[in-house]
Write a protein that binds this ligand. Structure first.
Ligand SMILES: *[C@@H]1O[C@H](CO)[C@@H](O)[C@H](O)[C@H]1NC(C)=O
Ligand SMILES: *[C@@H]1O[C@H](CO)[C@@H](O)[C@H](O)[C@H]1NC(C)=O
Length: 421
């Protein structure tokens, strides 16, 4: 924008005037942490950035920071794909905490380790893909090579699903949070409708293989090297939350990219129903102390069914996002979905059976599943990198839901603010 000197002075003067007025009467409103969730979210969020040390944890933390600090740039913003030069104009991430963070964590290499060392995973390094696209510069080329590997190079399941592992085709529910949101985002930014369609198709192919037909929630892993037929809470949350990001990308994609509004309408309905299936299945599962069990239906005394915060928090975040994306199904004043998610938020703000707070003085949220061993029967209490970030995602989703008018703040008040995008 071009401003003449006179305009500039006038603009500065009025900014100054408004500044003085605001300062005189009310403190600057906090737009990042405006509502009190019942626990110290600032501390939880600082731990969420400190703890990660693996590729998917970096990717998840970058997304959490983006949604928390710059939601207008995330796919949950009102207009994340404005016409013009595209998000690459954000080059180097200056002033955007999620992108600054990602730029420090991304290590450019050869796919599948094109954005980080994935230790044999196809999906995990791809979790940094959205940030790489937004960063542009040398990251743009790394993102292109990573997406090409995903759709052309990686092993596939017999139905066409892209393997989560390099050594042999294997499907992990986790993959759905790592790769399809990146493929979809890349497709929209590069006006490649085929890639957007492929991202949606991959969600469906994963569902085809992993869905437990009796309970509608998903098994964790199907494949030869790490099979886990259990109904892992975090796996279901990865899948539902990944599909929610794909859904938001489809909803916000410019018309020129989608070209067919019929396709958009059908796809929105379909992906929403896949998400609802998981949320419904989780909500029907017997909780433990207000939290979903590590394996959703495991009420045996085998140590795998304890209530834990990771899967629970991310599924709570899914509900808040869906209340905004699909208000007729998930939203509204008497929504049992929002009640359920509010219940999770309140549980986190409370204490466990032994009287210990779920959020410690240091901002550690506990108990979590061991983030490196889903079969561990010992609840993890020293701070799960992914679990901490899931709580940040829960907070950001709740805050945005309150602003949308679908949810209420901690006092039960509505605070709809349609300008806040
Ligand atoms: C991103 O968020 C930060 C912190 O709230 C803010 O200072 C910055 O202006 C935002 N950047 C963009 C491009 O929205
Ligand atoms: C949990 O669900 C799976 C899949 O439907 C089933 O095989 C298993 O027996 C169930 N476990 C319990 C404890 O009900």
């Amino acid at each position: 924008m071009y401003l003449s000197i006179a305009n500039f002075l006038a603009a500065s003067a009025s900014v100054f005037f408004v500044f003085v007025l605001v300062n005189a009467h009310t403190p600057e409103p906090d737009t990042i942490f405006p509502f009190n969730p019942g626990f110290n979210i600032q501390k939880v969020s600082s731990q969420a950035s400190i703890l990660p040390s693996h590729s998917w944890e970096y990717g998840t933390a970058s997304e959490a920071l983006l949604e928390l600090y710059n939601r207008s740039l995330s796919v949950f913003g009102c207009n994340p794909f404005p016409p013009g030069p595209g998000p690459e104009s954000l080059a180097s991430g200056g002033g955007v905490p999620g992108l600054e963070y990602a730029s420090q964590k991304i290590v450019i290499g050869d796919p599948p380790n094109g954005l980080a060392d994935g230790d044999g995973a196809v999906g995990d390094p791809a979790s940094l893909g959205v940030s790489a696209v937004m960063l542009g510069l040398e990251y743009a080329d790394a993102a292109r090579r990573e997406v090409e590997y995903l759709v052309e190079g990686a092993p596939r399941w017999e139905n066409g699903a892209i393997s989560h592992r390099v050594e042999a085709p294997e499907l992990w529910a986790d993959f759905v949070y790592m790769a399809p949101p990146f493929i979809a985002y890349y497709g929209v930014v590069h006006s490649d409708f085929g890639l957007l369609q492929e991202a949606v198709r991959q969600c469906g192919l994963y569902r085809e293989v992993l869905r437990d037909r009796k309970r509608n929630v998903w098994e964790h892993i199907v494949g030869p090297t790490h099979p886990d037929p259990g109904l892992w809470s975090t796996g279901n949350a990865w899948a539902a939350a990944g599909m929610t990001r794909v859904l938001a990308t489809v909803v916000k994609a410019p018309h020129q990219v989608v070209s067919s509004e019929d396709w958009r309408e059908d796809t929105v309905g379909q992906v929403s129903s896949w998400i609802k299936e998981i949320v419904d299945g989780a909500m029907e599962s017997p909780m433990d102390g207000g939290l979903l069990r590590n394996y959703l239906n495991d009420t045996d005394d085998d140590g795998h069914g304890y209530g834990e915060i990771s899967g629970t928090s991310l599924l709570g975040a899914v509900v808040y996002r869906m209340a905004v994306l699909q208000p007729r199904v998930f939203g509204g004043k008497s929504s049992r979905y929002i009640r359920w998610a509010d219940g999770i938020r309140k549980t986190l703000g409370g204490r466990d059976d032994e009287g210990k707070p779920h959020v410690t003085e240091a901002g550690i949220v506990t108990p979590a599943v061991n983030p490196l061993d889903w079969g561990d029967t010992v609840p993890f209490t020293s701070g799960s990198p992914e679990g901490q970030n899931f709580v940040v995602l829960l907070y950001a989703a709740w805050r945005d839901c309150v602003w949308s008018g679908q949810c209420t703040d901690s006092e039960g008040h509505t605070q709809a603010d349609t300008d806040r995008c």
